[in-house]
Design a protein around this ligand. Structure first.
Ligand SMILES: [Zn+2]
Length: 277
């Protein structure tokens, strides 16, 4: 046997945070998603990070103004409903309302927006908030990850913004005129709908399951009876059904409730490359 690099896949899975996520404190985290509920995948982790004295910011790119099968809802009504649902969910996690940022792009069309304008806005928030960790849809490691439309766009936009934020001469007006400074995000937690085999880090969300369940039960227009016919108030029984649904989707590993991520540490340029420790 030579000392050749380990087989593809082994290196990335070897990367681990210096301190386990369960012990993180004093960090600033920026979560970028496409829709006001994309963060639900990570609610246990977000609740934990918030409870442990980290600053958690949730940035949603679209207003979610298309995601309904209710024939009577307008785009404007749905955007308002989804903002309310998201703020109620974040409140359950202990995340303050002023840590929720919505860029207001149209749902379903994110990849057709002016990419430069979207990235510029994301770069501005990265330079303002100066996150230690970016949480985003996984753009894929080595290869491109397929996601449904807006998630696909959000994955690349977030990665592209992370990259652009560190270069002083990119969007330099923010630096010259707005008093911001370039910023390199050192750590990343990439999330997916499912485990496609890229996950290399599983956060133990024991103690935060109830917060995740309670938060998830607020997305009435998405996962509840409001999907087909929205109503602002649902019955106790319907709430319980929604909580049951969230609970059923919580994954376990070694008998513990977990949320999985692809952890990456390093230059944003190499987010998709094999990494070494
Ligand atoms: Zn989504």
């Amino acid at each position: 046997m030579s000392l050749a690099a380990p087989p593809a896949g082994a290196q990335a899975s070897d990367q681990k945070p210096a301190t386990p996520v369960e012990q993180w404190t004093g960090k600033t985290l920026l979560f970028i998603g496409a829709h006001a509920d994309d963060d639900a995948i990570s609610h246990g982790t977000l609740a934990m990070l918030q409870a442990h004295g980290n600053q958690v910011y949730i940035l949603t790119l679209t207003s979610g103004n298309v995601g309904t099968q209710d024939p009577n809802l307008s785009r404007e009504q749905l955007a308002v409903i989804r903002r309310q649902e998201e703020l109620a969910a974040l409140n359950e996690l202990g995340i303050p309302a002023d840590h929720y940022i919505n860029l207001g792009y149209d749902d379903g069309l994110l990849e057709f927006e002016d990419r430069k304008a979207v990235v510029e806005q994301l770069v501005r928030y990265i330079r303002k908030l100066r996150p230690d960790v970016l949480m985003a849809w996984d753009p894929g490691r080595v290869y491109q990850r397929w996601h449904k439309s807006d998630h696909r766009a959000a994955a690349y936009l977030a990665a592209d913004a992370a990259r652009a934020a560190m270069w002083r001469l990119l969007f330099e007006g923010q630096i010259i005129q707005e008093g911001l400074k370039e910023h390199m995000i050192p750590e990343y937690l990439f999330y997916n709908d499912y485990d496609f085999g890229d996950e290399n880090l599983w956060v133990d969300i024991s103690g935060f399951v109830e917060k995740k369940v309670n938060a998830g039960a607020h997305y009435v227009s998405q996962n509840g009876p409001g999907w087909l016919h929205y109503k602002p108030v649902i019955s106790d029984q319907e709430t319980e059904e929604m909580k049951k649904g969230v609970r059923q989707h919580i994954r376990t590993k070694d008998g513990k409730p977990i949320e999985g991520f692809r952890y990456y540490r390093g230059l944003p340029d190499a987010i998709g490359k094999k990494t070494s420790e």
